[in-house]
Design a protein around this ligand. Structure first.
Ligand code: ZN
Length: 274
C-alpha cells in the first residue's frame, strides 16, 4: 500500500470509528457520528483497497464492453433505492462469481461472463447482487462476523482504531461464500427481479440459470448462488412473484429460447489496477 493510500485508509478508519464508539461514550459522540450509510461507504472502500492491493481488480479489458451494457441499466434502475452511487469492477478469479459490498461496489468475476449462457442469466445474477446492497445484507453480515470475532478476541479490540478495517477483513474473508440467510437470499431474488424488470431486461434469466444448476456438478455453480441448494423453491418463488404482478412481469417471455446471446471475446486481455 502506498503512503497516500495508507493515509486515506486511516482517514476512512477514523471516520468509521466515530460511529463505532462503545455505548458508554455514545452520548458525547452522538452528534458527530456519521449516518450508517457513511459507515457502509467506509467499509466498501476498505474492501476495494484490499482487492486492489491483491491485484485482482481489472482496470481495462474488452470484457467491460460486454458487462457495461448489461449492468448499467440495472444500476440506474436500482439507484433510487440506495444512497451511494453504484460502481462496478471486473475482478480476475478462476471461479465464476459476483458479489456486492456495502457502499455500492459491485464486483463481477471475469469467469462469470464465460459461465452464463446469455444476457438474461447475467442480468438476473447481477440484479440479485444489487438487491443485497439495497437490503444492506453485506453490512449485516460484516457486523455479524465481527461480533463473532470480537467475542473471540475480547472487548479490548474496541479501543484500537481499526474498526472499519476489521469489518472489511471480516467481509473479505467471506466474499467467496457470503453466507446470507435463506430469507435474505429469497428477498434478494424478488427485489432483484423487480430491479431487472425495471431496467428493461427479462427477469426470467435467473429462473433459467437455476434450472441449469440442477444439471450442473457442484463445483460448476457460482458459489454465490449455490449457498442454499433449494433451487426449486427459488424458482417457484420467482414464478409466483411474476404471476402475482402481471403489470410488471407479464410482457416478459418465460421461454429460454427467447434469450439474448452474450458475445464474450475468448481470452480477452486484461489490465490490472495498480
Ligand atoms: Zn445472494
Amino acid at each position: 500500500m502506498k503512503a497516500r493510500e495508507r493515509l486515506w485508509a486511516r482517514v476512512l478508519v477514523a471516520a468509521a470509528l466515530a460511529c463505532w464508539v462503545p455505548a458508554a461514550n455514545a452520548t458525547t459522540s452522538a452528534r458527530a457520528a456519521p449516518p450508517a450509510q457513511d459507515e457502509e461507504l467506509a467499509v466498501g472502500q476498505e474492501v476495494f483497497n484490499q482487492l486492489k492491493a491483491k491485484g485482482e481488480i481489472i482496470e481495462s479489458s474488452p470484457l467491460y464492453d460486454v458487462l457495461l451494457p448489461v449492468i448499467q441499466p440495472i444500476m440506474r434502475a436500482a439507484q433510487p433505492q440506495y444512497s451511494h452511487p453504484f460502481k462496478v469492477y471486473l475482478v480476475h478469479e478462476p471461479q465464476p462469481n459476483a458479489f456486492a459490498t456495502p457502499g455500492g461496489y459491485i464486483y463481477v468475476v471475469d469467469a462469470l461472463l464465460y459461465f452464463v449462457k446469455n444476457k438474461e442469466q447475467l442480468a438476473g445474477t447481477l440484479s440479485h447482487e444489487v438487491a443485497h446492497t439495497i437490503h444492506h445484507d453485506g453490512m449485516e453480515l460484516a457486523k455479524k462476523q465481527e461480533q463473532i470475532r470480537r467475542r473471540e478476541i475480547g472487548a479490548a479490540i474496541l479501543l484500537r482504531p481499526t474498526r472499519a478495517h476489521l469489518l472489511a477483513i471480516a467481509l473479505i474473508g467471506k466474499l467467496h461464500a457470503l453466507s446470507y440467510s435463506r430469507d435474505a437470499e429469497s428477498r434478494a431474488d424478488l427485489t432483484g427481479a423487480d430491479v431487472c424488470a425495471a431496467s428493461g431486461t427479462n427477469p426470467w434469466g435467473l429462473v433459467w440459470l437455476f434450472r441449469e444448476f440442477k444439471n450442473a456438478r457442484p463445483g460448476e455453480i457460482p458459489q454465490i448462488l449455490s449457498d442454499h441448494p433449494n433451487d426449486l423453491n427459488r424458482i417457484n418463488a420467482l414464478q409466483n412473484h411474476f404471476h402475482s404482478n402481471p403489470s410488471v412481469f407479464a410482457h416478459f417471455n418465460p421461454d429460454a429460447r427467447s434469450a439474448t446471446p452474450l458475445n464474450v471475446p475468448k481470452k480477452a486481455p486484461v489490465v490490472f489496477l495498480r
